[in-house]
Design a protein around this ligand. Sequence first.
Ligand SMILES: Cc1ncc(COP(=O)(O)O)c(C=O)c1O
Length: 396
Amino acid sequence: MSDHPFYFTWTAQLKALRIEIEKSRDCYYLTTEGRKLYDLSSTSYQAAFGHSFSPIKKAIQSQLNSLPISSPKGVFELKQRATQKLIEYLNIPGKIFYTVSGAESIENALKMARQISGKEIILARKNSYHGASLGALSVTGDWRTKDHKSLSKWTKRIPDPQVDPNAEKLAQLIEKIGAQKIAAICLETFIGGNGVISAPLSWWRGLAKLKKKYGFFIILDEVVCGFGRTGKPFGFHHLPIKPDFICMAKIITGGYIPFGAVWTSKEIASYYKSNTLSCGLTNYAHPLGLSAMESVIDSLKTTQLKEQIKELSHGLETYKEKFELIGVVNEVRVIGTLMAIDLKKNIPFQRFIDEDILVALVGQRIIIAPPFTMRPSILKKLLKRIEGLLKEDSHE
Ligand SMILES: Cc1ncc(COP(=O)(O)O)c(C=O)c1O
């Protein structure tokens, strides 16, 4: 195995899985061996428009020729217009802080929540991932946090909503910690990469009541679920909850350029009128990111893409039942165009590559998140191949 002058992420380097890529098109990578590798996980959930979506490419290209760089102090038409479009698409009045990644969006929401409340503790789920920076890792509860001495004394793990459907255990925990110490709760609207899991609506209602009683902030992580992935513009549009912060990244630019954003409520915005916003970055509100984001929002509003998302979601629903009949499959969950297949044993990544399919594979779980631009007939063909593969594994 040849060595490389760069690192592979989240792995011992000698064990790293690698894909030799020549270029990419539509909804697949073309490998150096000339094979098409279908991107059934939208890469890391960001490539929702596939790999050669003209509107985003054109928007970035034309921005490169007019204003490719801007100072964070810059005020220009695109910044005003695209931000307005984002707020309208969120359908909730507020103000936007820009970043370049999901972790940074979380990081800045945590900083603001702590600064404004003057409190330290953040409540978070054990089954969660919020990003790789130290602050975002401190609220992350999955395996990725364990090697880092992150700021875990600032974080308290809440009881899983599945075993606390009315948020009564959560109320007890808040009483035990002391509401005067709790700045915020940080949650994915629907758990994405860690299993495509929704919390009961009664739990969200319970949480809304607790927020009203104790006054902590609600930080929603929409890094995976935002921009159409769950069938509505954002995950919180399905839920009876009013957030204070909404963290975005990934599909915000379809992955064509690193970018992210934090929506903050009007109350937060009004705090920062006279208090210093002690947050910032060199590439704040980068014009190329803004141009891609505007194109993403415009595209998601088209009837054609809305219909396509519905069809893909329906395609996944149809296969849910088929997969659940297979011996090696434990449970299947679908939310919009996100599907998790829980298996009874490990299936090597290479088995999927051999079928020309790229999925997210975490232990005994497959996550499928097709690009919105994938033809439903192609999705069906690929799901059929996965069905065949799972059936084979059930016989082994
Ligand atoms: C739910 C969630 N939040 C935050 C992040 C971090 O995003 P990024 O890798 O862009 O920092 C991720 C990344 O996978 C994620 O899945």
